[in-house]
Design a binder for this molecule. Structure first.
Ligand code: PLP
Ligand code: TYF
Length: 394
């Protein structure tokens, strides 16, 4: 049977991970895959996570099934964390899902049940997994203007004009914060305008919230999501606990839906649970139970937030250091945008030949589109990195 198949395309980000691992040079620098790293270059288990796991290990009495929507306490805690009181909970439903990716997947399936073959509008550019998830769910993908390759900011006027032209059968995928791959984000004022546009056109907002807490803070990063949800009758949110809790391999996330009223929310949720049952039956519990334990316990929550603050502060510091080092060496503000960006990524806007040169010549790995993971910058080698970058673009 398999002779009918041809080789499928791989994921460029995960492929680069393998290439980096195989590079024998001890001086290599990994600015590739979007995984947080500390000063030692290690993606450590967060201390609050370790403590929560110890408690779970001691107290867990059963491994019996939890149900299709997964861990209920986790769901309630995630709604408090991400949505707060932006929308009446009677209109909100949540289902735990395997990571932000699994959440995107089940919600795309839900969209396709509601509007078969509908168009999902994604930012230009966006996370490379968005297209296949939408297309594999039967949806079409089109782009709206987003990144300005000149200023490395958001082409907001053009973006808003595109959103203003959409209708009630369209879906708009928005990065809630910490845009991947660009690092360029909407200001609160711009979010207000996006929310007003969505309310006007009736297009369905679908927010990918994979980096809550990685930009400017837990509350600050939720601004856009909360504003949009407060402004429109219907919305979807895919939440990920991979980055902000460092739980990558545990596959913990949540699919959130907001409907016009409680009755429609119940119907939509029944379809969502039906999709999950027909796919993987139920989500894995461990990561969700860790997050529930942390968010429900005052002391563990304080510890988690403190660690998250440190991680975010480190990324912002590295941004400032790198842009400062480049400014000093080049006497130009061309790379100041790195300090203005937020989240784990910045799209540098380099030609692919420059990216390839940096990899071959300096062992500096970034994604082919010139996206860097700022958490991968070794703090004591910022000057060296600035030299290499400036040398490569000469
Ligand atoms: N969405 C975006 C934009 C991402 O960068 C990621 C990163 O991994 C995800 C969703 C989903 O992550 P995960 O499925 O590991 O939770
Ligand atoms: O963009 C990134 O690097 C992260 C990690 O298929 C990732 O979101 C990359 C590719 C992928 C899954 C996760």
């Amino acid at each position: 049977m398999f002779e009918t198949l041809t080789k499928a395309p791989g994921d460029k980000i995960l492929a680069l991970m393998g290439e980096y691992a195989a590079d024998p040079r001890p001086t290599k620098i990994d600015l590739g895959v979007g995984v947080y790293k500390d000063e030692q270059g290690v993606t450590a288990v967060m201390s609050a996570v370790r403590k929560a796991e110890q408690r779970i290990l001691q107290n867990e009495k059963t491994k019996t099934y939890l149900g299709i929507a997964g861990n209920k306490g986790f769901g309630a805690a995630v709604l408090d964390l991400a949505l707060a009181d932006s929308v009446d909970r009677s209109r909100v439903r949540i289902a735990q899902a395997p990571g932000g990716t699994g959440s995107l997947w089940v919600l795309m399936q839900l969209v396709n049940r509601a509007r078969p073959g509908a168009t999902v509008w994604v930012s230009d550019p966006t996370w490379p997994n968005h297209n296949p998830i939408a297309e594999n769910s039967g949806l079409k993908v089109k782009t709206y203007p987003y990144f300005d390759t000149e200023t490395r900011g958001v082409r907001f006027e053009q973006m808003l004009a595109a959103l203003d032209g959409l209708g009630k059968d369209d879906v708009v995928l928005l990065h809630g914060c910490c845009h991947n791959p660009t690092g360029a984000n909407l200001t609160p004022d711009q979010w207000d305008k996006v929310a007003a546009s969505l309310a006007r056109t009736g297009a369905l907002p679908f927010i990918d919230l994979a980096y809550l807490g990685f930009g400017d803070g837990l509350v600050e990063d939720a601004y856009g999501t909360r504003k949009v949800l407060a402004s429109v009758p219907e919305a979807l949110v895919a939440f990920s606990g991979s980055k902000n809790f460092g739980l990558y391999r545990e596959r913990v996330g949540a699919a959130i839906l907001v409907a016009r009223d409680a009755a429609q929310a119940d119907i939509a949720q029944s379809q969502l649970l039906n999709i999950i049952r027909g796919a993987y039956s139920q989500p894995p519990d461990h990561g969700a139970e860790i997050i529930r334990t942390i968010l429900e316990d005052a002391a563990l929550r304080v510890e988690w937030e403190a660690e998250l603050n440190l991680m975010r502060g480190r990324m912002i510091r590295l941004r400032e250091k790198l842009s400062e080092a480049i400014r000093q060496r080049s006497n130009s503000k061309d790379f100041d945008f790195i300090a203005a960006h937020r989240g784990m990524f910045s799209l540098l806007g380099l030609d692919n030949s420059v990216v390839e040169h940096l990899k071959a010549n300096n062992g500096i790995y970034m994604i082919g589109d010139s996206r860097i993971n700022v958490a991968g910058i070794p703090e004591d080698r910022v000057g060296e990195l600035a030299d290499a970058l400036l040398n490569a673009i000469k």
